[in-house]
Each structure stands twice: as structure tokens, then as C-alpha cells.
Design a protein around this ligand. Structure first.
Ligand code: HT7
Ligand code: ZN
Length: 888
């Protein structure tokens, strides 16, 4: 596929002021009439009018009311080109499209209950000819026509202005959006849906109608999403002074959707997964995800919609910033510590490996072949970390001033990441020139920190060196003639020092006259930099990168005693957790080495660690204890995260070591886990919120340890948990454990779960997922067999993600099975899916990213499958880019 470069950006030749769309949906086709009021862009270099199009059948074309003669226009590929246009003109097109056959789920497509749209990034061109780029912002009016009985609900962006019936049982509705927007934010829906509505009154007194539309019969699963909308509206007013600007804010849930949700102006379209929830169908995690995704899409209304991206290279401008905002919202709504820990876990599981693999790219890449491949953990999650670092470096108040300035300067515009940085710099007075490297350099920097303590001088010195080796991205750019200069990053290191009693030391840096608090933000700018603390009586234990203040790898030679100390005393929840993870990582890597050396014992697990975990478990039950945090701390690093620590990954040894650790802890702490499990039982009515969810998380963590005991009593406990569960969180926890136990109760549970929930699509996804994640031998064959089960549908992204992606991305033991069957399964799915839905196929292809980290035999098996995929005829640009980069 052709590569597109940021350096080639030029402003559009023509702008669109007004779009009038008329979309008429019929059985087997839709007709789209578009009237575009356009004018030449005064700042462009001139040239022909080019309109993007994809899979459109042009029926008519006229300019200023006159049909265009054949010589006046042409198609270059699928782009409609008109050489001569006046300074201002009206272009009218009529195209025919086939939404029923649109399996890509981009543009206008059919899903069970009707027709839905997805236009980001480049789906609008699949609806009509248009300059489909985010820097063309226009006002839209949209009229929809469809059969009234089959599709009673007709929605588009903005306000309803008129509606009526027409012949043959059809009806129509017109919607008008008062705000100019890029085409990627256009949406419309024609469907049979149920609706629940409520009102939110903004601080300035605007009464906003909030509506949630769902598949008929699902209104009892909408309460949480509705509450999340109102919480988000309030939070954005309180924290950023940003109000909802429309009278209608609608969410429509659809079961066929490539991603999580879409922030179309006033008409968000959501994957059902992030709307529907009832205590018996959704887990605590599902409820929390709904909160976060609803907030995320709502927050886009300002960070993305009111101020949008100039071009798709700037994607992180809206995505990184909006993820940061939804993270802040999450920390305010739920436990701040647990929320942050989960973010760090997610970053390490997905973004760090991406930054270390063939698809590494900066949060603002300088080139891409297929933009859909760049909705990545880097653009989203690392992008949010970059915004968080600005927040840490300039402080909360200056950050708020920066946001105000950003909106003051750029409301209604399509802008670049530099524009955002400039607003932050001007509002804070902090020089952020060097900071911009975060936007242009790929890879995870490593901080090597070494400490020295001079007892006589009472001085403690931290020497920090940063490493930022080039990635395949930089090598590719150099080959393309665009060498990327690299240099040290500007980043915040939040730090505290603990004395031997676990007390925080007052911190006085060299040159200061008195201590300033017990926690400091150190600013690293140099490749090597030294920070000197004065008046330090005894050698402290450093608590580095508190709150995970920068997305880096930290190399500090912590001793086991220091980590145990931090685990017990650090006031920073993230670093208490982090100390436990470091301790576990060290132990597990020793276990891996022991297994590789042929040992079958567990003597690499130190008794001190077991004692520390016992203490940790006990801490949940003392005054002020936090069960949710303890549950996080009891969960050692995943097999994938451990794999990143190895030069050559040995998935069997990693799996063996981790299982041995879990089983040893289960045996050694059996009584404590059981006591905690019993103590945490509750007969309160279910609520997904706060403390109750935290206690459930810890209780289920204890259950999952107990399930490791090869004992009938423990297995009966898990079965009892499954049978008596009063909510999906407990049911799912038990089912997940049972799925990895080779006992008759496994099949009984899986069968009864399926027969109970076979008509509830999202619950069936859970059934597929637990089986995909099973540790039992034969899982790869089971997954293949499940692909032919009536519960599976390869055209539904949620099903593919639940079964295939869960298997490939989160079951490393089986995906990397030495027989190569896991790789073959993934390749079969990619090849089958690519012609139908390249976006989803390409997401599965990303599971091969780390293939070069494995042993030669596995590498050969993976390469064979990657080459098989690459050789397929008519491979999509999406999969071709991912596979091509993997094989580079
Ligand atoms: N901004 C939205 C991105 C999105 C998307 C992109 C490509 C293909 C399908 C898609 N669905 C949604 C989602 C968000 O970040 O809020
Ligand atoms: Zn987003």
C-alpha cells in the first residue's frame, strides 16, 4: 500500500460551507443525494476539485444546477476530479450504495435492527463523494427516508427540524446540526429501537435531552449508561468549565461495531458492550468500562469535535487528550489508586510491547499506509500519558488555564498538536519546546537510576541516565529519506524518600534553603542528570516515578528488602503496587530460569514473599484497608508482561513459573484465602460501585487462588460460587476458574451458562472468552471448534474479539504453542476475515507483532503464517501494512 506522509500535508483546494444530504433507504440499496455549497480555499495553492469516494455508484452530477458533461469530470481511481470550478459553487451528486453488503462496518451499514453509520476515519466517502478530511468543516442538514414499520426511528446529528409520512408506508425526518463539523463526525441511524430519555440542566440553564436508544427489549439495561452521561456532563462543567452545547445528546447502541464507540456530534454510536448492563449480565468491570467510554465519547464533544484535528497524523491531539480526561474522570469517580494501577497495567500490557515491536510509532506518526491501523495503544494510551506529564510538569491550575486558552484560540478549528502545546506553554510559562520530542520519537525510554549516599555529608544523590534507542520506525523513516533527529526527553520524575521506619523524609534539594514537602517533581531534561538531596540522615529507600509519572522503563537496583519496605510503607498506592510487581517479576524470572534448567521444585519462591503477601491480604481487613488495591496487588504480572522482560521468550517456562507461583501461594496461604473469602461474603443488594465492588474483587481474587488447589473441597467451593452467584461478576469469576479445570463440573457450568444466556449476545461473548483463555490442553482445537458453533459469527467484531483475539492476545501458552497451531488458527481467521472486515482482520494480525522475540522454531512457524497471509491475493491495505511491517 502507498505511504502517506505528514510532510506532504497541504490545505484543501475547496471548502464546504453547507452539506444537505438526502438518504433514502430501500431494500437492497440506498440512494444518497448530496448538495454541497462550496468555495475555493483562499489559502490553498489551487488546482482541481477532488472528492473522495469508495464503493459508490454515481447516478448524477451537476454544478450550479447544470449536469456536468463527461469531459468536465473524471474518476482517478475512486476519486472524483473536476478540473474547473468557480470561486463559489453548488455541487450536487446522487449516488447509490449498498449498506446491506457493507461488511466492513465503515460508512452506512446494516446491523440487526436497522442501519447505522461509522465515518471515522474515512467512512463518509463510502456514503457520498466528499472532501473527506478533518480540516474541511461544514454545517450539515440530513433528511432520512425509510420504511416506517421496519425503521421507525430516524436520527442524525443536531436537532430534529421536520418529519412526516410518505407513500408506501415510508416516512422521513430532517435533522440539522448548528455546528460546523468534519465529515468523520457525521452520523445517521434508521432502525427499530427502544429509547429511554432524561434531562440534564447545564450550569448556564440549557436543558439537554439525553436519550439512549437500544435494541427492542433492552431498556432494563440502560440505567447505568444514562447515569454515566449525566455524571460526565457534570464533571466536565466542574473540572473544565465545559458545557454541553446542543439540546439533544443521543447514544445509540449497535451490536455490530468495529471499536468501542464513536463521538459523532450529538449522536454518539456505541458498541452495545459499552451501553448495556444489568447486574446479572454485566460484571463490575463492564460497569466501570461503560462509565469510562460514555465519559470518553462525551468529553470528545469539546476535545475532538469543537476543536478537531487538522489531519489524521494529529489523531492523538483528540484521542490522547480525551483519554487523559476520561482517566481523570475515572480517578474522581472510583478509587484513584486502583484506577491508576489499572491504567499502568494496561499500558505495560499493550503499549510497551507496541513500542518495542515492528509497529512502533510516535504518538504523532510521520507516515502511515492505513489510518485505521493507527488507532493504537500508542496514540491513545501513551498519548494520554504525554498529556498527563504536561499536567504534572505545569500543575493542575496552569493546565486548566492552558485548556481555556486552547478553546479560546481554536474553538471551531481543525488544529495540530503544536497548537495544543503552545496553549499549554503560553498559559504556564513553562518552555515545552523539548517536550515536543514525545510527539515525534517512537519507543519507550529507559531511565537508569543509581543512588549514592554520603553519610558524612548527609547527602543523597540520584544519578539519572536516559536511554532512547532507535526503533524500526526511525529506521524506516531514514530509509524513506526522512531521518528523525533523536534527543533526550523532558519528563517529570515524581519522587519521595522513605526512611527505615517507612516515614517520608522532608525533601531539600541542593541549592534550596529549606525542605519543600515530602514529594517532589524532578524535571529531567538531560541525557544524564544528577539530583542531590541535603540533610538526609540515613540511607533512604527511593520511591521513584510515583503515580507512574512518565511512561518509561525504570532500571533501579532495588533489593528485595527495599521492595518489601515500599510495599508496606509507600504512601503512593501505585508504587506500593509496583514494588510488589517488581518483587514478583524477579521471582518469576528466577522460576523461568529454574524450569529451563529442568528443575521441577518451587524453591525459587522465597518464604519472605509469601509472608509479604499474607501481610498484604491481612491489610485489607484493618481500619482504612482497601480491598480493591489488595486484589490488584495479589495479581502478579501477566505472562505477556513477563515475556517482555526476556531476551528470548519461553512461553511454556513463563506459564509454568507463573502457575507454580499461584499454586504455591494457594497452598501456603490456603487458610488466609479461605478466611478472607468467607469474610468478604455479602448479602447486600448489588451495586457496581465503590467499596462493594472492591470487596467483590478481592473475594474473587481469593477464589481464583483457591481454585488452583488440586482438591475436591476447593473445586466444590468454586462450583458453589458459580451456582449461588447473585450477579455476573461472581458468576463470571467462577466460570473463568472452572474453564481451566479439567473436571466434569467445567462442562456442566459452561453448558448451563450457555443455555441460560444464549439469547444475550454480550453474555455469549463472555462464554466464548473464558473458553478462549482456558489453560487446559486442547484449547487451540476448542477455539477452532467454537468458530463453527452457532454462538460464533465471524462478521460480528465482538465475537471475533471475544474468541479469537482473546485467544491470540491473552492466552500466550496456547497461541504460541510449539506445534504452531495457534499461529495457523490466527492466520486462517485473518485470511477469512480480511475480505469482509479488514479493520478487524488487521487487529488480529497485530497479535503477531512480537514473533521475533521467540525461539527459532516458533519464529519459523510464525513467519510461515505471516508469509502465507502476505501472499494472499487482494490483501487489504490494513493487513498488508501490519504484516509487511512485521516481516520487514
Ligand atoms: N474516535 C473514535 C474512533 C473510532 C473508530 C476509528 C476507526 C474505525 C472505527 C472506529 N470507531 C470509533 C472512538 C474514540 O476514540 O472515541
Ligand atoms: Zn476517542
Amino acid at each position: 500500500p502507498a505511504t502517506i506522509y505528514l510532510k506532504d500535508y497541504t490545505p484543501p483546494n475547496c471548502l464546504v460551507d453547507q452539506v444537505t444530504l438526502d438518504i433514502s433507504i430501500h431494500a437492497g440499496f440506498a440512494r444518497v443525494a448530496a448538495r454541497l455549497a462550496m468555495r475555493r480555499n483562499p489559502v490553498s495553492a489551487g488546482g482541481p476539485l477532488k472528492l473522495d469516494g469508495e464503493d459508490l455508484q454515481l447516478e448524477s452530477l451537476s454544478l450550479d444546477g447544470q449536469p456536468l458533461t463527461a469531459s468536465a469530470w473524471r474518476l482517478e481511481g475512486e476519486t472524483l476530479v473536476i478540473d474547473e470550478v468557480p470561486d463559489a459553487f453548488v455541487l450536487e451528486t446522487v449516488v447509490r450504495i449498498d449498506p446491506d453488503q457493507n461488511t466492513q462496518l465503515s460508512g452506512l451499514y446494516r446491523s440487526k435492527d436497522g442501519y447505522f453509520t461509522q465515518c471515522e476515519a474515512q467512512g463518509f466517502r463510502r456514503i457520498t463523494y466528499y472532501p473527506d478530511r478533518p480540516d474541511v468543516m461544514a454545517k450539515f442538514v440530513c433528511t432520512l427516508h425509510a420504511d416506517k414499520a421496519s425503521f421507525p426511528v430516524l436520527l442524525a446529528n443536531g436537532n430534529p427540524v421536520a418529519q412526516g409520512d410518505e407513500d408506501n408506508g415510508r416516512h422521513w425526518a430532517t435533522w440539522e446540526d448548528p455546528f460546523a463539523k468534519p465529515a468523520y463526525l457525521f452520523a445517521c441511524v434508521a432502525a427499530k429501537l427502544d429509547m429511554v430519555e432524561d434531562y440534564y440542566v447545564t450550569t448556564s440553564g440549557r436543558r439537554v435531552r439525553c436519550a439512549v436508544y437500544v435494541e427492542p427489549g433492552k431498556l432494563d439495561q440502560c440505567d447505568h449508561a444514562m447515569a454515566a452521561i449525566k455524571k460526565s456532563m457534570k464533571w466536565d462543567e466542574d473540572v473544565f468549565g465545559l458545557e454541553m452545547d446542543l439540546d439533544h445528546y443521543m447514544i445509540v447502541a449497535v451490536g455490530d461495531f468495529n471499536m468501542g464507540a464513536m463521538e459523532n456530534k450529538g449522536l454518539n454510536i456505541f458498541n452495545t458492550k459499552y451501553v448495556l448492563a444489568r447486574p446479572d449480565t454485566a460484571t463490575d468491570t463492564d460497569y466501570q468500562n461503560i462509565d469510562r467510554v460514555v465519559a470518553h465519547e462525551y468529553f470528545h464533544n469539546w476535545t475532538g469535535n469543537r476543536v478537531t484535528c487538522r489531519d489524521w497524523f494529529q489523531l492523538s491531539l483528540k484521542e490522547g487528550l480525551t483519554v487523559f480526561r476520561d482517566q481523570q474522570f475515572g480517578m474522581d469517580m472510583h478509587s484513584a489508586g486502583v484506577t491508576r494501577i489499572q491504567e499502568v497495567r494496561g499500558l505495560r500490557a499493550a503499549q510497551f510491547p507496541e513500542d518495542a515491536g515492528p509497529m512502533a510509532h510516535p504518538i504523532r506518526p510521520a507516515s502511515y499506509a492505513e489510518i485505521n491501523n493507527f488507532y493504537t495503544a500508542t496514540v491513545y494510551e501513551k498519548g494520554a500519558e504525554v498529556i498527563r506529564m504536561i499536567h504534572t510538569l505545569i500543575g493542575k491550575q496552569a493546565f486548566r488555564r492552558g485548556m481555556d486558552l486552547y478553546f479560546q484560540r481554536h474553538d471551531g478549528q481543525a488544529v495540530t498538536c503544536e497548537d495544543f502545546i503552545s496553549a499549554m506553554q503560553d498559559a504556564s510559562g513553562k518552555d515545552l519546546a523539548q517536550f515536543q520530542r514525545w510527539y515525534n520519537q517512537a519507543g519507550t525510554p529507559k531511565l537508569v537510576v543509581r543512588s549514592q549516599f554520603d553519610a558524612a555529608a548527609r547527602r543523597y544523590t540520584l544519578e539519572v541516565t536516559q536511554q532512547f534507542p532507535a526503533t524500526p520506525y526511525e529506521e524506516r523513516m531514514t530509509k524513506d529519506g526522512l531521518p528523525q533527529a533523536r534527543g533526550p526527553y523532558h519528563l517529570p520524575i515524581v519522587i519521595g524518600l522513605l526512611d527505615g521506619e517507612g516515614r517520608e523524609l522532608p525533601l531539600r534539594l541542593e541549592g534550596e534553603t529549606s525542605p519543600v514537602g515530602t514529594q517532589r517533581v524532578l524535571e529531567l531534561r538531560e541525557a544524564q542528570q544528577r539530583f542531590v538531596f541535603e540533610d538526609v540522615a540515613t540511607e533512604p529507600v527511593p520511591s521513584l516515578l510515583r503515580g507512574f509519572s512518565a511512561p518509561v522503563l525504570l532500571d533501579y537496583p532495588y533489593s528485595t528488602a527495599q521492595l518489601t519496605h515500599l510495599m508496606a510503607y509507600d504512601t503512593d498506592a501505585v508504587n506500593r503496587w509496583e514494588a510488589g510487581q517488581r518483587l514478583a517479576t524477579g521471582i518469576l524470572l528466577e522460576g523461568v530460569a529454574a524450569i529451563q534448567a529442568g528443575k521441577t521444585t518451587n524453591d525459587w519462591i522465597p518464604q519472605d514473599y509469601i509472608t509479604a503477601l499474607a501481610r498484604l491480604l491481612g491489610s485489607a481487613f484493618v481500619e482504612g484497608g482497601d480491598p480493591a488495591l489488595v486484589a490488584e496487588a495479589l495479581n502478579p504480572p501477566s505472562e505477556n508482561v513477563l515475556a517482555e522482560q526476556m531476551e528470548v521468550v519461553d512461553p511454556d517456562a513463563i506459564h509454568g513459573a507463573r502457575m507454580t507461583l499461584l499454586r504455591t501461594l494457594a497452598r501456603e496461604l490456603r487458610e488466609a484465602f479461605l478466611a478472607a473469602y468467607l469474610e468478604l461474603a455479602s448479602d447486600e443488594p448489588y451495586s457496581p460501585e465503590g467499596e462493594q465492588a472492591g470487596r467483590r474483587a478481592l473475594r474473587n481474587a481469593c477464589l481464583s487462588y483457591l481454585a488452583q488447589l488440586d482438591e475436591a473441597g476447593a473445586q466444590a467451593l468454586v462450583v458453589g460460587h458459580f451456582e449461588q452467584a447473585g450477579n455476573m461478576t461472581d458468576t463470571f469469576a467462577a466460570l473463568a476458574s472452572l474453564a481451566s479445570l479439567d473436571i466434569p463440573a467445567r462442562h456442566v457450568a459452561l453448558d448451563s451458562f450457555y443455555s441460560k444466556w444464549r439469547d444475550e449476545a454480550l453474555v455469549v461473548d463472555k462464554w466464548l472468552q473464558v473458553q478462549a483463555l482456558s489453560r487446559l490442553p486442547g484449547t487451540t482445537a476448542d477455539v477452532r471448534a467454537l468458530m463453527t458453533h452457532p454462538a460464533f459469527d465471524i462478521r460480528n467484531p465482538n465475537k471475533v474479539y471475544a474468541l479469537v483475539r482473546a485467544f491470540c492476545a491473552a492466552n500466550p501458552k496456547h497461541f504460541h504453542g510449539a506445534d504452531g497451531e495457534g499461529y495457523r488458527l490466527a492466520a486462517d481467521v485473518i485470511l477469512q476475515l480480511d475480505p469482509m472486515n479488514p479493520q478487524v482482520a488487521s487487529r488480529i494480525a497485530r497479535c503477531f507483532d512480537r514473533w521475533r522475540k521467540f525461539d527459532p522454531a516458533r519464529q519459523a512457524l510464525a513467519r510461515q503464517q505471516l508469509e502465507r497471509i502476505r501472499a494472499a491475493s487482494s490483501l487489504s491495505a490494513d493487513v498488508a501494512e501490519v504484516v509487511g511491517k512485521a516481516l520487514e
